[in-house]
Design a protein around this ligand. Structure first.
Ligand code: XBP
Ligand code: MG
Length: 239
């Protein structure tokens, strides 16, 4: 089937948000709330296997600060940390830069008549703030579907957010191409039946991307026709 829509991941795919936004924001929140926690780059790369900020905090605390995680006020602490983290992230969003080729590809895809969607596990406000800050106030409107956060079922690597996008687009997976940066993102897209182009982000370079339709260092010089070729070759090989 002909390629009709692109479904973009956000964190790590549109920009190096994990390295330049989320990790510093988590650490700022830990400091603000007086916790003796700090996530360095190596630790954070491991923690990225757990999607979602609240889930990541819980996972880390259970493994590294079990006494605190067992306290009755732990849920309230996670909520307060995540709210502080989101505030710190939003303060940084203007300083983030899109990865090479992202802005040009979005514009070229629109001009070529491809439909656009977003499938991400991050907080919805983070997505619209990034799009507005880096692409202009009208940019969120370029996407027919922005599926973000935890309202669509299980987070990546579960396929739920992609299945939601496909349902809202009213397209079969075979008419779409997902663009991801991480192994859990690839797993989510593949579980939804999508051909997936991977452009690994800084913390995901060593991950296993078996099953990807293609792997590129970034989207620089990537044109809609390149995506059409990747999509067609994937389904030609799969059938
Ligand atoms: C990546 C993530 C996100 C962010 C944190 O999402 O795992 O959880 O690291 O975001 P994706 P929140 O690659 O799907 O865009 O703190 O807002 O949950
Ligand atoms: Mg990602």
């Amino acid at each position: 089937m002909e390629l009709q829509a692109l479904i973009f991941d956000v964190d790590g795919t549109l920009a190096e948000t994990e390295r330049d936004g989320h990790r510093p924001a988590f650490n700022a929140a830990f400091a603000e709330l007086g916790l003796p926690w700090h996530w360095d780059a190596a630790r954070y790369a491991e923690l990225l296997r757990v999607a979602g900020g609240r889930e990541r905090i819980r996972h880390y605390a259970r493994a590294n600060d079990a006494a605190r995680a067992a306290r009755g006020d732990f849920d309230a602490l996670v909520a307060a940390l995540h709210a502080a983290k989101t505030r710190h992230y939003l303060e940084r969003v203007r300083d983030l830069q899109l990865r090479p080729g992202v802005g040009a590809l979005l514009k070229a895809a629109r001009a070529a008549g491809l439909r656009l969607a977003i499938a991400t596990t991050t907080t919805p406000d983070n997505v619209s703030a990034l799009l507005r800050a880096q692409l202009g106030a009208e940019a969120p409107g370029w996407f027919e579907v922005i599926a973000a956060g935890d309202t669509f079922g299980a987070k990546k690597p579960a396929p739920d957010v992609y299945l939601h996008c496909l349902a809202r687009l009213a397209l079969p997976a075979s008419a779409c191409l997902a663009i991801e940066d991480s192994a859990i993102g690839l797993a989510a897209a593949r579980a939804a039946g999508l051909a997936t182009l991977v452009t690994p982000s800084a913390y995901c370079l060593a991950e296993d991307f078996a099953g990807a339709a293609a792997r590129l260092p970034d989207l620089a010089a990537c044109q809609p026709q390149d995506l059409q070729r990747i999509h067609a070759e994937h389904f030609a090989t799969a059938n």
